[in-house]
Design a protein around this ligand. Structure first.
Ligand code: IDP
Ligand code: MG
Length: 142
């Protein structure tokens, strides 16, 4: 049996960047055993974010989410490894940082700051289809 290489798009969100947690997130990804295939620090455009979060269009947090995500630099990362989509979602923990389990990135490093959008440090693709779609947005040349 050979390893089935899967790719996921991870973002260290502006809150994670501002708080100096980028290295800690990358450390956890590497310690888990996934590899970094591409990495870029950038401030995303509104167009990129509306495309990235298109599935949430119409929800009350959609516009605040796109605004928050363009409020400062993010680190976009393509990670690789067997089942890394599911594996990174597990490393990240539940969406709500108050409820995310201790041991997870959001559980250990995140909290509710009273903002309208949950600031939960990281994004991770939720399916192979989402990963392919998202990687094309953040790394058009890859
Ligand atoms: P995920 O990041 O765990 O996949 P999604 O449901 O895809 O969660 O939501 C995208 C992002 O939107 C979340 O990471 C979080 O920052 C924000 N978000 C999701 N649901 C809510 C909500 O009910 N209130 C405020 N912000 C939310
Ligand atoms: Mg999601």
């Amino acid at each position: 049996m050979t390893e089935q290489i899967e790719r996921s798009l991870v973002l260290v969100k502006p809150d994670g960047y501002r708080r100096g947690l980028t290295g800690e997130v990358l450390r956890r990804i590497e310690a888990k055993g996934y590899t970094l295939a591409a990495l870029n620090v950038l401030t995303a455009t509104s167009e990129m974010l509306h495309a990235h979060y298109a599935e949430h269009e119409g929800k009350p947090f959609y516009e605040p989410l796109c605004e928050f995500m363009s409020s400062g630099p993010v680190t976009a990362v393509v990670i690789e490894g067997q089942d890394c989509i599911k594996g990174f979602r597990s490393l990240a923990g539940a969406t709500n940082p108050t409820e995310a389990a201790p041991g997870s990135i959001r559980g250990d490093l995140g909290r509710d700051w009273g903002t309208s959008v949950q600031q939960n440090i990281v994004h991770g693709s939720d399916s192979p289809e989402s990963a392919a779609r998202e990687i094309a947005i953040w790394f058009p040349g890859l």
